[in-house]
Write a protein of this length. Structure first.
Lengths: 147, 155
């Protein structure tokens, strides 16, 4: 192989990886609207918050975040939602670790963590956010609930 | 649930990314060397070294990895304190994925599969590069999926 060809392969690989990274960054953490979404059964999710089982949804909106053990982004995302929850009374953040809950991962078809399901006041899924949530996405979601 | 689990002591998140940058450079060099029959031997040696480094990261974790030690001794003192610490398990999982991919390149090359070094070093390069440049986290993207496919069990 000539030096030119080899350099072409190497730089081609670098360009490909950069393109993949840019596409991933643009797509991750955005919300996709869910039409006719299911209603979440809190008993099935068995989420706890501050050591107590969660029995009620947020007054206006609930961010149900699925996390896993080997996930750096989950922490950052959880932090964003907790801050949001502190700032708005009508917002609830629930975090569920699905490392041991393969049933939930299958049921909600979770391919990556964090994945967030946005629920209305009755617990119906209105949208889905795959990846570390973007602040812009949060703003848009809150806007759709008039918050 | 997650708040009730014990998590190991946090690490500086820039450590694994620093390591991933070096790994990405080494792997891209491996690809370059593997493209020429004359330097395949050098490419194989380099891939063996990278594989061994992945093994250290996957078994002992980032803090005992040579890059982790270099980062701690020479890089971190020059940086401001990190805004927050990170769970060491996701980078360890990423090292394990690296070990499997780079290791597959080594084994297949020894088995006589043509271009095994270039292909597997290339794949491992993409992952290391995405980690270093875009903060892409393999554990976040792959762990649940692999678990659902039944390819991994909780360890």
């Amino acid at each position: 192989m000539t030096l030119e060809t080899k350099l072409l392969v190497v730089f081609g690989l670098l360009a490909l990886a950069t393109a993949a990274g840019l596409v991933w960054r643009a797509k991750t953490g955005r919300a996709k609207a869910v039409a006719g979404g299911d209603v979440i059964d809190l008993a099935e999710i068995a989420a706890t918050k501050d050591g107590k089982p969660v029995t009620k949804f947020g007054n206006k909106v609930t961010f149900l975040q699925f996390s896993s053990e080997f996930c750096t982004m989950c922490r950052q995302t959880a932090k964003l939602y907790s801050e949001l929850e502190k700032a708005h009374d009508d917002v609830l953040h629930i975090e569920v670790d699905i490392t041991d809950r393969l049933d939930l991962a299958n049921k909600f078809n979770i391919l990556q963590t964090p994945t967030t399901l946005v629920l209305d006041s009755k617990g119906r899924i209105t949208s889905r956010i795959a990846g570390a949530v973007k602040t812009q996405t949060i703003k848009e979601e809150l806007g759709s609930f008039d918050i | 649930m997650s708040d009730s689990k014990k998590t190991p002591a946090g690490i500086d998140p820039r450590g694994p990314r620093f390591g991933a940058s070096i790994t990405a450079v080494l792997l891209l060099t491996t690809v370059f060397l593997a493209l020429d029959a004359g330097s395949t031997g050098a490419a194989f040696t380099l891939l063996l070294i990278v594989t061994a480094l992945f093994a250290i990261g996957a078994i002992l974790g980032n803090s005992k990895h040579p890059y982790g030690l270099i980062f701690k001794k020479f890089v971190r003192p020059r940086l401001a304190a990190p805004k927050e610490l990170e769970d060491p398990r996701p980078p360890k999982f990423a090292q394990l994925v690296g070990l499997i991919v780079a290791g597959a390149g080594v084994v297949l090359h020894l088995a006589g599969v043509p271009n095994a070094i270039a292909i597997f070093a290339g794949m491992a390069f993409v992952a290391a590069f995405l980690n270093a440049a875009f903060n892409f986290c393999l554990g976040c993207q792959m762990y649940v999926g692999l678990q659902r496919l039944g390819l991994i069990r909780k360890f």
